[in-house]
Design a protein around this ligand. Structure first.
Ligand code: ADP
Ligand code: ZN
Ligand code: ZN
Length: 740
């Protein structure tokens, strides 16, 4: 390598958070020693007329830009990079695999504050710890002050102390804490939170496992310290979480960190509680309902080794782990692991690559594994661990298809179902009704002329929201007051058509007088804490009927629910997207999992007009695995994923014709570029051809050979970048799309 001329500072190649498939070169500050420059460092750089945060990718000697034009970096933000070399490797891999600009991929790895250039200082919240007197105290003596007793016990169980946020688990904790402080039993902890390694790890006693659980635990534990993927398949209640916790314990004992990824933030509090009861280590939590500061604290406390466990959603995947030991992805089939905009990555797939780079095991858990993961397990690429039975005493529910052809329905409920609900309520047990459509009714139609209320900006009907007296589009922000007269014929017989949760909620009190109904959907749980409040009410028995959308299907533990019914099983049975059968089957099985936990047997009723549909009959007769076998056979026959690989190029523009014309050009270009035999299907209009005022088209690439597909995309994406485009035309590539 030639010596660097002394008067030429090195060239800094950086990634910047802009939607361009390229890197940028800057001159290093003259004053800085080249050894001080490491890939991954954040820099501030001039960009156009502003300053931007950049991520150092490489230190080079030469640039395509002439020396004179090379602008100097403004500032170096990090003394040392916040990401480890393996993390950087992962980001490079992801940018290449998803054909996404590296700067945006880097940005996705950092919490918002760091992305904006804030200093990486771990600002830990105030902690309360016991004084010597408090530690020595027998909490039984506080039986007349139950809140104080509860707080004291919580603190006695947490040698690291507890933050206000954690203490808030005890209702009305503030006055009680004041008392404890006044009595000198509790004080504010000083100094930093101790790094985790030297603590007692476990406090709760682990449950005695059944043989399947023990086998799963020892298989994964035998694999600690090296890469391997485990698919832990077990119905809801089969004890997967217990398995996770016992594996985590081993990892903690090795002084290592654990990353646990979850699909829905609504599940995090439940799991967090169980983890806090079991483990005495510092636990970080990160999801979208937390503030930017809280998420940055979680990120930094893992990055600095202060916390040993991170519970987080998709975006937590890239959090640095200086002592990596294990990655767990719970509910691995959940499509919320796939980011659906911007940097469209699959947290599941990237987690596996991360496990490989870090040389640690990855555990995927689900009651209804994705067909991709099942296929990988069947072909031996993943270790397949099965928990076939419900743990403890809980027995599997009885599942029944209820034929509602030619049956009168009362707001979606058949007479037979009505009778079942009555019987269950008479026993003082809870009923869960499931309807995957929020709002009052999905359609407002004119009885006289057939006019239907449509969104002006989307190919979609407006949904009636009765309480707010609004017509709302569920695909854009569009809304308007409910119209009283038909805009087309001025008639006044406007009729709501179809069923939403709000409509069912209105009729339930008349059908079941004196019974309490709780509705759980996006509309009723918007306010912070409202979902938690409802869940608490349900578990405390303050609800007889729980009605909700698919939000209900996800992992919530309702011990007193013994009857579950799906009101509209058929929606989704005849979709054009091949993914929808899998999603429907998973949803049904997840819903079934809500019934009859503990030792009360459960009943599940699926109202359907297609009781002979093979998806339903197979699912009932042979369970999810029977369905999956059949679905995989169909996918194999049609050469669909996982037997081939896909990428979807989506284009949208305000002009109705541009997207199609543009994609036809792309298709021609791809035909010229391709060396292999990648199928190029389309362009076709997107399932929702117009959305939020934009017209949408798509082009599908498919190949049984992943390499060949990747090679085509490698040469195609820069070429698309260079194509002449209308100013407002936007394109994006979705590798391994989960919906078409
Ligand atoms: P999953 O995560 O598969 O839904 P959990 O781990 O939450 O299952 O277990 C469901 C319930 O069964 C929990 O209350 C858990 O404490 C309990 N449980 C788990 N394993 C056992 C076991 N081996 N014996 C008795 N109860 C168990
Ligand atoms: Zn009309
Ligand atoms: Zn709309």
């Amino acid at each position: 390598m030639p010596e660097l001329p002394q008067d030429h500072p090195p060239v800094l190649r950086v990634a910047i958070d802009v939607p361009l498939h390229r890197l940028f070169d800057y001159a290093a500050p003259e004053t800085i020693a080249p050894e001080a420059l490491k890939p991954g460092q954040r820099l501030a750089v001039p960009f156009g007329s502003t300053q931007k945060i950049a991520y150092l990718v490489g230190v080079e000697e030469v640039s395509e830009v002439s020396r004179k034009q090379l602008k100097p970096v403004t500032r170096i933000l990090d003394q040392a990079p916040l990401l480890a070399p393996d993390d950087l490797r992962l980001l490079h891999w992801a940018a290449r695999y998803y054909h996404h600009p590296l700067g945006e991929v880097f940005a996705a790895a950092f919490p918002v504050g760091l992305r904006q250039g804030k200093a990486a200082i771990l600002d830990l919240p105030i902690r309360y710890v016991l004084t010597d007197a408090g530690r020595a105290l027998d909490s039984a003596g506080l039986h007349r002050a139950p809140k104080q007793k509860q707080l004291l016990e919580a603190l006695q169980n947490s040698p690291n102390g507890l933050s206000e946020e954690q203490l808030a688990a005890v209702e009305n904790w503030r006055p009680a804490l004041k008392q404890l402080l006044a009595k000198d039993w509790v004080k504010i902890g000083d100094g930093d939170m101790p790094a985790d390694a030297a603590l007692p790890l476990i406090k709760g006693t682990p449950i005695e496992c059944n043989p399947e659980q023990s086998a799963a635990i020892s298989e994964v534990c035998d694999g600690l310290g090296r890469f391997g993927v485990f698919l832990l398949e077990g119905v809801t209640g089969s004890g997967k979480t217990e398995v996770y916790m016992q594996i985590i314990r081993e990892v903690l004992e090795r002084g290592q960190q654990v990353l646990v990824l979850l699909p829905e933030i609504t599940l995090t509090p439940q799991l967090e509680n169980r983890f806090r009861q079991r483990f005495a280590v510092n636990i970080a939590v990160s999801h979208s309902k937390l503030t930017d500061t809280q998420r940055q604290t979680a990120w930094l406390s893992m990055q600095q080794g202060v916390c040993s466990i991170l519970l987080g959603t998709r975006s937590a995947l890239f959090t640095p782990l200086p002592r990596p030991g294990l990655i767990i992805l719970d509910e691995e089939h959940d499509t919320s692991f796939k980011q659906q905009e911007g940097f469209r990555f699959s947290a599941r797939d990237v987690a596996i690559v991360r496990g490989k780079l870090l040389n640690i095991p990855v555990v995927l858990g689900s009651a209804t594994p994705s067909l991709e993961s099942l296929y990988n397990a069947q072909s031996g690429r993943y270790r397949w661990l099965q928990l076939p039975n419900r743990a403890g005493n809980a027995s599997a529910p009885r599942v029944r298809l209820l034929d509602i052809r030619n049956k009168a329905l009362h707001e979606g409920i058949s007479a037979a179902l009505l009778a079942e609900i009555r019987q269950t309520l008479d026993k003082n047990e809870q009923v869960l009704l499931f309807l995957n459509r929020r709002g009052f009714a999905p359609t407002l139609i004119c009885h006289d002329c057939g006019w239907v209320a449509r969104c002006a900006h989307c190919d979609a009907n407006l949904v009636i929201h009765f309480r707010e007296q609004k017509l709302r589009c569920h695909h854009c922000a569009g809304e308007q007051p409910i119209v009283k007269f038909c805009p087309s014929c001025t008639g006044s017989t406007l009729t709501p058509l179809g069923l939403g949760t709000e409509r069912v909620e209105q009729v339930l009190p008349t059908l079941f007088p004196g019974k309490t109904v709780i509705r759980l959907d996006r509309d009723t749980t918007q306010r912070k804490g409202s979902l938690e409040k409802y869940l608490r009410q349900i578990n405390e028995g303050q609800a007889d009927i729980i009605l909700g959308t698919q939000m209900l299907a996800k992992g919530h533990h309702f011990p007193n629910v013994t009857l579950v019914a799906i009101l509209d099983t058929d929606s989704g049975l005849y979709s054009i997207d091949f993914h929808s059968a899998e999603k429907l089957a998973q949803m049904i099985v997840q819903v079934i999992g809500r019934a009859g936990r503990e030792d009360k047997p459960g009943t599940v009723i699926l109202q359907t007009r297609h009781p002979e549909h093979p998806l339903l009959t197979t699912l009932i007769r042979e369970g999810y695995n029977g369905f999956a076998r059949q679905a995989l056979d169909e996918r194999r026959a049609a050469a669909l994923p996982p037997f081939s690989h896909q990428a979807l190029l989506r284009v949208q523009a305000s002009d109705a014709f541009r997207p199609k014309v543009f994609l036809e050009e792309v298709k021609k270009l791809a035909g010229k570029l391709q060396a292999g035999e990648t199928l190029i299907l389309g362009p076709v209009a997107a399932p929702m051809a117009k959305r939020a005022g934009l017209y949408r088209y798509q082009l599908l690439f498919q190949d049984v050979n992943r390499q060949a597909l990747q090679q085509l995309l490698d040469s195609l994406t820069p070429a698309i970048d260079k194509m002449k485009k209308e100013k407002h035309l936007r394109w994006s590539l979705d590798v391994d799309p989960v919906d078409l």
